[in-house]
Ligand binder design. Structure first.
Ligand SMILES: Nc1ncnc2c1ncn2[C@@H]1O[C@H](COP(=O)(O)OP(=O)(O)OP(=O)(O)O)[C@@H](O)[C@H]1O
Ligand SMILES: O=c1ccn([C@@H]2O[C@H](COP(=O)(O)O)[C@@H](O)[C@H]2O)c(=O)[nH]1
Length: 245
């Protein structure tokens, strides 16, 4: 593979944020097993090409604290439930990676030693140096955050060269393409473009954190088979978010 993004001369380490909703496949809730297996296959392809990969998985296919709070639930309690949803997704993804012969470890930001290792930064780095995929579960471990922010945080901690957001749309649009069919896709944007124009593909905290750490972001459609590998080879469609376009 001639990797062209997320690359330094001697090391390629990237963080892939897998949106929870992407795990639903064509369904409206929960997990579609075939889709999880296909995403695991795509991840395996990139790992086998020598890229160190870590993952943050969302939970929006199961539970979102903000949505529950809108219906009267205590926000923090809902957020903890949301973080537990990400642990379910992480375990399913790990199982699918194992079936692909890809070694992996789940590290949870919320202590639950029976199912996952606790998150320890240096240990996570060591896992990746040994070729294991590290799946970061339970977001940041704190309510009032999202897994996008967790992704930017872990990517910075792991000294990743690239943060990829694998979602259900093929990039950042002038408006939410699911609501506005006239929205147009950008190939490249600056962090400030995204923040100033409130292009809500990722939350502002995540964009700001990536900006502070000069961490390029790629937004792409993980629903397309093989898209992770293609994006790593520099093949679109995707949107790249950087300091100066
Ligand atoms: N300007 C925009 N460009 C592209 N997508 C946008 C934009 N504004 C809003 N969106 C929406 O943002 C969504 C991406 O966020 P996503 O649903 O993946 O949320 P998430 O929190 O990362 O994942 P999860 O499903 O785990 O909650 C897209 O599916 C799209 O509908
Ligand atoms: O750091 C975090 C990350 C997530 N949450 C809660 O989990 C759900 C699911 O995450 P998504 O990013 O929406 O996929 C989120 O709605 C929050 O309720 C959190 O509290 N802290």
């Amino acid at each position: 593979m001639t990797a062209s993004v997320g690359e330094t001369p001697n090391r390629k380490r990237v963080l892939l944020k897998v949106s929870g909703e992407a795990l639903m496949g064509d369904g409206a809730f929960g997990v579609d097993q075939q889709t999880v297996e296909r995403i695991a296959h795509d991840i395996g392809e990139v790992v086998r090409d020598g890229v160190e990969v870590c993952l943050v998985v969302g939970g929006g296919n199961i539970f979102r604290g903000l949505a529950a709070a809108a219906k009267g639930m205590d926000r923090a309690q809902g957020d903890y439930a949301g973080m537990l949803a990400t642990v379910i997704n992480a375990l399913l993804l790990q199982n699918a990676l194992e079936r692909e012969q890809v070694a992996s470890r789940v590290m949870s930001a919320i202590h639950m030693s029976s199912v996952a290792e606790p998150y320890i930064r240096r240990r996570a780095i060591r896992h990746m140096e040994k070729g294991r995929v590290v799946i970061f579960a339970a977001g940041t471990g704190n309510p009032f955050f999202t897994t996008d922010t967790a992704a930017a945080l872990r990517a910075a901690e792991m000294e990743c060269t690239l943060l990829l957001k694998g979602t259900q749309v093929d990039g950042v649009y002038s408006a939410d393409p699911k609501r506005d069919p006239a929205a147009t896709r950008y190939d490249e944007l600056t962090y400030m473009d995204v923040l100033a124009n409130q292009l809500n593909v990722m939350d502002a905290a995540a964009i700001s954190l990536a900006r502070e750490n000069r961490l390029p972001i790629i937004v792409f459609n993980i629903g397309e088979e093989g898209s992770f590998g293609r994006v790593m080879r520099g093949q679109g469609p995707y949107t790249r978010i950087i300091e100066a376009a």
